[in-house]
Ligand binder design. Sequence first.
Ligand code: SF4
Length: 245
Amino acid sequence: MASAARRLDLIDTTPAFAPEDAAVLEARFAGVETGEMLDVLFAERPFESIALVSSFGAESAVLLHLIAQRDRNVPLIFVNTQKMFGETLAYRDALAEQLGFTDLRVYRPDPYLLAQKDATQLRWSYDPDGCCDLRKVEPLRRALAPFDAWFSGRKGFQGTTRAALPRFEEDEGRLKVNPLADWDKAQLDAYFAAHKLPRHPLEAQGYPSIGCAPCTSVVQPGEDPRAGRWRGWDKTECGIHDPVF
Ligand code: SF4
């Protein structure tokens, strides 16, 4: 783990975490309530530096609130693919301000790579994997370079590709923490209500999962919550996360 490993920064990208480290943490916190687990993590800090990555999607407010209650100075990373809904950008600004985050970091695709690989801005329509690599994966990799750990808001119930989601994962040598891995929709809704958190404005319009505008469509009753993402394509994740079956 970080205490026994070299620190990650822009120069030294030696992996600090191994899958075994994630497994140890998974076992240690089995059955421990999420808030209590976060309290221990922030107290013991089994990492050198951690960031919170948020898409400011439909349920993002829950994890943002859980973290803000413990440390508002945690770097908050948002990747603006430049294909986002305007509503998401407005929600991001309002929510980050409301929760008091002090270090919102917005990353965008590399302009040189965009010119090389998506000059028409239409790559999403014929090569969504390539578009996600360019607009999401590469900027996030840049954003995470100084950190050896990050919080992700993924939930196991969100779809069959996330069903077996653990709370702790190793990802490119970093510790990826999924505090909401075992939360269901009812828990999330109860948390929203208890803390009077604002909803993403598109949720009420039939979008239970919200990504980029060209690749997000309305979900019908009974469909998988992520069914509206890349509809018609054999694609379930943007490349930031691997499917966890
Ligand atoms: S979700 Fe769509 S528009 Fe956004 S980066 Fe991926 S393919 Fe491109």
